[in-house]
Design a protein around this ligand. Sequence first.
Ligand SMILES: *[C@@H]1O[C@H](CO)[C@@H](O)[C@H](O)[C@H]1NC(C)=O
Ligand SMILES: *[C@@H]1O[C@H](CO)[C@@H](O)[C@H](O)[C@H]1NC(C)=O
Ligand SMILES: *[C@@H]1O[C@H](CO)[C@@H](O)[C@H](O)[C@H]1NC(C)=O
Ligand SMILES: *[C@@H]1O[C@H](CO)[C@@H](O)[C@H](O)[C@H]1NC(C)=O
Ligand SMILES: *[C@@H]1O[C@H](CO)[C@@H](O)[C@H](O)[C@H]1NC(C)=O
Ligand SMILES: *[C@@H]1O[C@H](CO)[C@@H](O)[C@H](O)[C@H]1NC(C)=O
Length: 326
Amino acid sequence: MHTMRSIAVALPLLTNGVLAGLYPGLSADNHTCELSDPVLSCSEGAQPGIVDTCCVETFGGLVLATQYWNTYTGLESEGQVLPKDTWTIHGLWPDFCNGSYTQYCDLSRQYDPEPYPNTTTGTPDGTPVEPYNGPGIDKLIEPFGRWDLLAYMKKYWPGLNQPSHVLWAHEYSKHATCFSAFDTECYGPAYRAHEDAVDYFATAVSYYRRLPTWGWLAAGGVRPSNDTATRYSLSEIQGALAAGFLELPYVGCSGPRYNTTEAGRGSADDGYTILTEVWYYFHVFGRPQNAQALPVSANATGGRLSNCARMPGAIWYPERTEGSAV
Ligand SMILES: *[C@@H]1O[C@H](CO)[C@@H](O)[C@H](O)[C@H]1NC(C)=O
Ligand SMILES: *[C@@H]1O[C@H](CO)[C@@H](O)[C@H](O)[C@H]1NC(C)=O
Ligand SMILES: *[C@@H]1O[C@H](CO)[C@@H](O)[C@H](O)[C@H]1NC(C)=O
Ligand SMILES: *[C@@H]1O[C@H](CO)[C@@H](O)[C@H](O)[C@H]1NC(C)=O
Ligand SMILES: *[C@@H]1O[C@H](CO)[C@@H](O)[C@H](O)[C@H]1NC(C)=O
Ligand SMILES: *[C@@H]1O[C@H](CO)[C@@H](O)[C@H](O)[C@H]1NC(C)=O
């Protein structure tokens, strides 16, 4: 679901042809951030060489907290269900300040069993991202004893047609590795393997908890319904979300294009018609982990606000499948 943002050529520096952390040569010392000012990402001063890259986000300074609205998981029979009356976590993404992005920035932290795209650039000339086939990332972080975090992730971060831990590993390896503040050196000389993954998951959760998409929509009168008479306008959805978030997030739709549906036949509106995603954009003060974040509009860097149909009453916010949400 990244197709609306443009992919930039991967920037991580190459050392002997192997991708390493974002800033090779970075020492593991002195990154408690106690002595550093919470400089705002994407501001003039948020540059490596001026600030500690562990304490101010210098690589992926446009932070996206992304959420899904799915109507089933596909693995209900294995107990993977959706949480009732709430959207679910997709991930936390580091876009460049200009709105483009890269992915899989540190192949030494590749735990994604189904890498997508399968090269670092998304084009055949990029470095291949090999599928990981070891123990699930949930197993790798169990030794930290953060059972409450894992339980929260199981509930609010479910995969679609794949075990949830595959989605978590995908988000971690594809995106967390492109934040300067999640580089392993940032965790000090006593860094313990996968500590950054635990930190990334906890951080994604902390953003999610401040972004009650279901409640914001409901407060604006936008509720899931499979009644064919109940359809919403993009402007209603945007109005409801902006009343809560105070800026316009990106609203993503899937399903048929409006002008291929009966209601939209003959229309020039070829936007999609089923509400499925919301992406909240931020600049962040200091480490993204602090979640001291300044909402910015999704079009602030020239990006689109939505791929949904714009005709009034064109969008379906579907009810979840019976038994999928508990
Ligand atoms: C860490 O801080 C100490 C005390 O200020 C200083 O002596 C040392 O050079 C610093 N190390 C690095 C790698 O910045
Ligand atoms: C956006 O910023 C990144 C990182 O600085 C850069 O690599 C890329 O070329 C820029 N893209 C555009 C379209 O300016
Ligand atoms: C990546 O996927 C494409 C399309 O599925 C395939 O043609 C290509 O061989 C794959 N490349 C690598 C490096 O696996
Ligand atoms: C839908 O709209 C697009 C853009 O206006 C147009 O190119 C396309 O031909 C239309 N398709 C149908 C089936 O009307
Ligand atoms: C973003 O979209 C809003 C609403 O359509 C518009 O008023 C604003 O000018 C846009 N901002 C930019 C930077 O394009
Ligand atoms: C509502 O429609 C969606 C999309 O077709 C479907 O997946 C879901 O099961 C339906 N929910 C109910 C309660 O009928």
